[in-house]
Design a protein around this ligand. Structure first.
Ligand SMILES: Cc1cc2nc3c(=O)[nH]c(=O)nc-3n(C[C@H](O)[C@H](O)[C@H](O)COP(=O)(O)OP(=O)(O)OC[C@H]3O[C@@H](n4cnc5c(N)ncnc54)[C@H](O)[C@@H]3O)c2cc1C
Length: 518
């Protein structure tokens, strides 16, 4: 993917696009990928970087959602379990199986959760990831060596999927581009144009790098603005009532030594009614998440003080966690579909919504990362029907995602790149200095930054350290220390001067400070 070429295509396109998508998160990129793979002419515009919103800030689970089963939403769970299986089939370099242990300290817990998790297994049918089992105390300790032993009776193990959200997003964007879509980051949509009957027939956006205006006529405009989708809808009609109730969730990241057994901990009921996960991810441990209603979405949400708590996780660990152990904290905003009678955002549905405003603007929101493919299929079907686009079947059930590789683990720290790892290794062969880690605490190397700038449309230090590699999410202090080297590499790749380099380092330091826990 090359931004200059994408911009040129957006500016030069004279005819109306079949579909213009607003928003470059999982939902928007999924829609662009689906539509392009069917053969529609598609443009996607993202106001910041791909994945800057919620889609970089998930718990990294490809899952059916054990909790929704408890809420009785069997159809949502079954759909998500099927999508979980399709995603592992189509992107095996990024989606892996993970064992989750529900530890039990009360006599009734293991049989109780054991039955629920058996049902979870059964619902996955032929897309199953492994059979759940009741564990003895010794078996539980073998999988979770650091767990609190006092009162421990045993546990239940079940299997779900885990992924790297923005690596998948970038690979989905590349797949969409390979299928013919044009995708542009740093291009906010600032207005929607309307025809004589008041129907939305295009968008106006700006190129944040060159300052040029982009006018794109469209047969259909799809709003995939996530937590910002109501602001996009109000570009066409300022008086519209909101569809989305934003709720934020935080994750705390610790060293890998917190969970050395390779299995995750799942706590089905925290004292305030949440599910808590502690999961091993890229050699670290991610603990989350909260569910706090907020008034307004922002692109860089911050944790509230009372969300940074260690008691829940510490209750299950022999050595309690402290603020000093936190390597990074990241926050995401759920675009939950509003419901008049819900008592809390935790009780709001995780189903997706496809909504058509009287202006003909289609909004697709809600759902989960896991279900991006079925959301996109549903949305493109709706768009085609609404605008009488020629009927074309959806091919994404069996469409490999860019980087597809069945044995990517052989590429070690480059495994998340799948087949692209070979090209990154070539860069290192050409210049061995690019193979050295940029920081002793993380395996990220210079070749990944060069690759991101050349082929993945990374434009800033933040793009490289937050979303092309995951350094900022894993260890914010290390990421800050890496920033000057990354800025130098990017300046060279993007033809920028010293002043740009210095400004990038300053901007990244300021942003990354928000990922540190004081
Ligand atoms: C804390 C948390 C944990 C989660 N964990 C999981 C999980 O483990 N597994 C799972 O399956 N799901 C999970 N989810 C849900 C999942 O992350 C979201 O459903 C998904 O990422 C939403 O994607 P989206 O594309 O709709 O929104 P976003 O990713 O927010 O994308 C919307 C995009 O639209 C852009 N945009 C907005 N306005 C404009 C404009 N005017 N012009 C151009 N662009 C614009 C924004 O910049 C943004 O990038 C989690 C969510 C949260 C909050």
């Amino acid at each position: 993917m090359n931004r200059a070429e994408m911009l040129e295509r957006a500016l030069a396109h004279q005819e109306p696009w079949d579909i213009v998508v607003i928003g470059g998160g999982a939902t928007g990129v999924g829609v662009a990928l689906d539509a392009a793979a069917r053969g529609y002419d598609v443009l996607l515009l993202e106001q910041s970087d791909f994945g800057k919103g919620t889609s970089s800030r998930s718990t990294k689970l490809v899952h059916g959602g054990v909790r929704y089963l408890e809420q009785g939403n069997v159809s949502l769970v079954m759909e998500a379990l099927k999508e979980r299986g399709l995603l592992r089939q189509n992107a095996p370099h990024l989606v892996g199986d993970l064992a989750f242990v529900v530890p039990s300290y009360e006599w009734w817990e293991a049989p109780f959760y054991g039955v629920g998790l058996k049902v979870y297994n059964l619902l996955s049918g032929r897309y199953g990831f492994g059979t759940s089992e009741i564990l003895t105390k010794e078996e539980t300790l073998a999988r979770l060596p650091t767990i609190r032993t006092e009162g421990l009776r045993g546990g239940v193990v079940y299997y779900d999927g885990q992924f790297d959200d923005t690596r998948l997003l970038v690979n989905m964007a590349t797949t969409a581009a390979e299928q013919g879509a044009a995708l542009l980051n740093y291009a906010p949509v600032t207005a929607l144009t309307r025809d004589a009957h008041g129907f939305v027939n295009g968008v106006v956006a700006s190129d944040l790098e060159g300052g040029r205006e982009i006018r794109a006529a469209a047969r259909v405009v799809i709003n995939a603005g996530g937590p910002f989708c109501d602001a996009v809808r109000r570009l066409a009609d300022p008086g519209l009532p909101p569809l989305v109730a934003p709720s934020q969730g935080i994750h705390l990241v610790f060293a890998g030594s917190v969970l050395p057994g390779g299995a995750a901990i799942m706590v089905p009921h925290t004292s305030d009614g949440r599910v808590m996960f502690a999961i091993p991810w890229h050699g670290h441990t991610v603990v989350g998440t909260t569910d706090t209603p907020i008034e307004e979405a922002s692109l860089e949400p911050r944790p509230f003080d009372d969300e940074i708590e260690f008691e829940t996780a510490s209750r299950y660990l022999r050595r309690p966690l402290t603020r000093a152990d936190v390597l990074s904290v990241f926050v995401g905003i759920r675009p939950l579909v509003r419901s008049g009678d819900a008592k809390s955002t935790a009780a709001l549905s995780r189903d997706h919504l496809i909504h058509i405003d009287p202006t003909g603007l289609i909004t697709v929101t809600g759902g989960k990362w896991t279900t991006w493919r079925s959301m996109a299929e549903h949305c493109v079907n709706t768009a085609a029907m609404l605008e009488h686009l020629p009927e074309k079947p959806c091919p994404t059930r069996n469409l490999n995602i860019h980087g597809f590789h069945r044995h990517a683990a052989r590429f070690g720290p480059l495994a998340v790149y799948g087949s692209d790892a070979l090209h990154i290794q070539d860069l290192i062969h050409g210049d061995p200095a690019l193979g050295a880690p940029l920081h002793p605490a993380l395996p990220t190397c210079g070749a990944e930054v060069v690759w991101a700038a050349r082929f993945e449309m990374a434009r800033t230090v933040e793009d490289a350290l937050a979303r092309r590699t995951r350094a900022l999410f894993l260890n914010a202090r290390a990421a800050i220390e890496m920033a000057p080297a990354v800025a130098t590499l990017l300046a060279r790749e993007l033809g920028r001067d010293e002043a740009w380099r210095d400004a990038q380092v300053d901007a990244f330091r300021e942003l990354a400070a928000g990922y540190l826990v004081a």
